[in-house]
Design a protein around this ligand. Structure first.
Ligand code: C2E
Ligand code: CA
Ligand code: CA
Length: 528
């Protein structure tokens, strides 16, 4: 129901809300799934790092037991111990080399026999473990060295980095994993680095061995939760998308319903936003105010005063026009009745009605209630029915009009000349007045054919004995022409525009012929 010519804003909360509501299930679902996935990843990360720790402990157990077995030989000459050193290699799958040292000097190795190389215990974390990035035999190749000592003497065993790498790669193929010994660490690239470990963005875990001085650090890369979401929960994701779409559509439907013309009109009716405006109707000869037509205005909270042709069609279509007219009649009665003394007897008050009013007899009560507000005979109620949409001459409608007449209510056929009412129609409904449509009045002084129609209407009303009202009178030429042709009543901007009750009463009070205001007249009608 467009109430203005203003273009509505392109993005308002009404257009955005369904999208927001639609996105909510997906958003909440994703948060919950993400939380669940992170929990699973953390548990996985913990299990994997624990397994890696156990595997490396197992390797170190080999190194340690070999070194412990060789420890009593430390200090003995190399030529006596060399064979034993080599024999240990064949017994232990993980041990790459065995060595003996004395007084901080490596003096015997399984590989070269007699040897001479310094051994610095400070290189070893807790004096036992050293993660080297290679030695003179295999430079650049990772090596984990285990040192067992008994005072100045001891044995050293090594394991190739390849075994460590296999543990990292096989146990946690999808994870980031690093083995850390002291300040050195080794990642899945097999190289030994020093310093800060790289951070794992998701499910970061560090597990330390309780038996050896090393720890394993693990976690997942940034994209892992997203990948898991897509691969593990496609059905749930589709369901959430569907839910979102349903919620969005339902919200849009609800907003549309709440903003439908019907809902808007109901709201306005409850908020008492429909106001009566009054346009004077003058009699011929002296142009004194003989009555007024009640015209509806919508005092809209945002749009201001809205013209009836913008909302009456919707009200008629939805059937709400009956309730709206009832409220309008009550409003008009409450506004005018306290000043009934300003009106001469037989003052005409015209109300516009539609076909909807003629389907039952409720209109009788509405008219009776209206008239009861005034002293008997003070006001004559006239109902205006437009000729543009003729009502059906059903038994109910005919009986209704008969009863209205018995009550003294008059019937005027509005916009006369624009529709197709027949003589029998006028008789059936016992029409009292014809209201000449303003399009014919506007032709006065112009088009000869229209003037001919106007003259015919005037003549017809005379023959049928019907009262005649001309509306849309804007000029003195029109006024004088209509007066010359004996039109009983005139209505138009020339005599007064539709105005609010206070202004109408004020004008009525100050018109020539009205001597004084009634007792207790409120100050607002004195203003202006
Ligand atoms: P209508 O019943 O033919 O009312 C006369 C219309 O002509 C009014 O327009 C009035 O303001 C306008 N008018 C009066 N004098 C002149 C004039 O000298 N020149 C021009 N150009 N116009 C003049 P309004 O108030 O905008 O109402 C338009 C229509 O809306 C009415 O036409 C009527 O059909 C409908 N309407 C108004 N109030 C009600 C109501 O309470 N119930 C129903 N069912 N319809 C209503
Ligand atoms: Ca009218
Ligand atoms: Ca009219």
């Amino acid at each position: 129901m467009p109430l203005t010519v203003k273009r509505p804003a392109r993005w308002s909360w009404r257009t955005l809300l369904p999208w927001i509501v639609g996105a909510l299930p997906l958003g909440f679902g994703l948060i919950v799934m993400n939380w669940q996935i992170e929990r699973e990843l953390r548990a996985d990360s913990q299990a994997t790092t624990r397994q890696v720790v156990e595997q490396i402990e197992h390797i170190l157990d080999n190194l340690s037991s070999t070194a412990q077995a060789l420890l009593p030989l430390a200090g003995s000459p190399c030529e006596q111990t060399q064979l034993t050193l080599r024999g240990e290699l064949t017994r232990n799958a993980f041990v790459r080399s065995t060595n003996l040292f004395q007084h901080n000097t490596l003096y015997c190795t399984s590989l070269f026999g007699e040897f001479d190389e310094p051994v610095d215990p400070r290189d070893y974390t807790d004096g036992t473990l050293w993660l080297m990035d290679g030695n003179s035999v295999t430079p650049g190749r990772a090596l984990l060295v285990y040192r067992a000592s008994d005072g100045e003497r001891g044995a050293i065993t090594t394991v190739d980095g390849e075994h460590l790498l296999t543990a990292l790669r096989l146990i946690g193929p999808n994870q980031e994993l690093q083995l850390r010994v002291g300040d050195d660490w080794m990642g899945k690239d097999g190289l030994v680095h020093q310093g800060q470990l790289p951070r794992a963005p998701v499910a970061e875990v560090t597990q330390s061995s309780t038996r050896y001085p090393f720890s394993v650090h693990g976690g997942y890369s940034d994209g892992t939760p997203g990948q898991l979401l897509r691969s593990h929960y496609p059905a749930l994701l589709s369901l959430l998308l569907l839910l979102g779409a349903v919620a969005g559509i339902a919200c849009r439907w609800q907003i549309r319903r709440a903003n439908s013309p019907r809902a808007e009109l109901r709201r306005a009716l409850e908020a008492d936003e429909f106001l009566p405006y009054f346009q004077p109707v003058v009699r011929k000869d002296d142009y004194r105010w003989a009555g007024a037509e009640v015209l509806m205005r919508w005092n809209h909270p945002q749009e201001g005063l809205v013209r009836p042709d913008l909302f009456i069609p919707y009200a008629e279509h939805s059937g709400q026009i009956v309730d709206m007219t009832r409220a309008l009649m009550l409003h008009a009665a409450h506004s005018l009745a306290p000043y009934a003394a300003l009106m001469e007897d037989g003052f005409h008050i015209a109300i516009n009605i539609t076909a909807d009013h003629c389907r039952n007899f409720e209109l009788l009560d509405d008219c009776r209630t209206f008239l009861q507000h005034f002293p008997p005979g003070r006001v004559v109620l006239t109902l205006e029915l437009t000729e543009r949409k003729l009502i059906e001459a059903s038994p109910v409608a005919l009986e209704l009009f008969e009863k209205l007449h018995e009550m003294g209510v008059m019937i005027a056929l509005d916009d006369f000349g624009t529709g197709q009412s027949s003589l029998s129609y006028l008789r059936q409904f016992q029409v009292d007045y014809l209201k000449i449509d303003q399009s014919f009045v506007a032709m006065i002084g112009g088009d000869a054919l229209s003037l001919h129609i106007l003259d015919s209407i005037i003549e017809l009303s005379g023959k049928l004995g019907l009262g005649l009202v001309a509306e849309g009178v804007e000029s003195e030429v029109q006024r004088d022409y209509l007066a010359r042709h004996g039109v009983d009543f005139q209505q138009g901007y020339l005599f007064g525009r539709p105005m609010p009750a206070a202004e109408f009463l004020q004008a009525l009070a100050t018109r020539p012929g009205v001597e004084q205001l009634p007792q207790g007249a409120p100050p607002e009608i004195m203003r202006g």
